[in-house]
Design a protein around this ligand. Structure first.
Ligand code: CUA
Length: 176
């Protein structure tokens, strides 16, 4: 998958950058060694602090990035309480099933994409944004929203996805 290629390229570039930093840092230690014991102590402390920061950084990244993509942890609700709603994004349209609801109804949007990343954004009848989630190929992101007022809700794309990104729009009808 393209994500794997991008990931590998990123790792290689970051590795190359790390090698350059190490090379520069090695040169710096030789130069600073000539400044006497005070600088020497400060320098040693800095090396330790840098090492500590590095360990914390790598640890934090390993812990957080390793869990991507985050598992949906929404609580399970009885089937009658939510209306499962399929949202499929593609260049450059939305397919939303069903697309009509009643006031008070909770839609459970199951959002995915057929091609690239899109941004699912729901706007109320006053055109205020009320819910938002990424539409990603290969994943289903779940978003719940309870409709509070009747009218025509707009769905727009909030992630640039190509030449017709601005035209990627559809409507949801909510009745009393
Ligand atoms: Cu789809 Cu922007």
């Amino acid at each position: 998958m393209i994500q794997d290629v991008v990931w590998s390229v990123s790792i290689i570039l970051m590795g190359a950058l790390a090698v350059v930093f190490m090379w520069v840092a090695t040169g710096a230690s030789v130069a600073i060694a000539n400044y006497g014991p005070v600088i020497d102590t400060a320098y040693r402390a800095r090396v330790w602090l840098f090492g500590l920061a590095l360990v914390v950084l790598i640890g934090a990244n390993y812990k957080t990035l390793g869990e991507l993509p985050y598992i949906n942890t929404l609580p399970k609700l009885p089937a009658a309480a939510v209306q499962p709603t399929q949202v499929v994004a593609e260049q450059w349209l939305w397919t939303i099933t069903p697309s009509t609801f009643k006031v008070g109804q909770t839609a459970e949007f199951q959002v995915t994409s057929k091609d690239v990343n899109h941004g699912f954004a729901l706007y109320d009848p006053e055109f205020r944004i009320v819910a938002e989630v990424q539409a990603m190929p290969g994943y289903t992101n779940v978003l719940r929203y309870t409709f509070k007022e009747p009218g025509t809700y707009q769905v727009l794309c909030l992630e640039y996805c190509g030449v017709a990104h601005h035209a990627m729009q559809t409507e949801i009808k909510v009745t009393e």
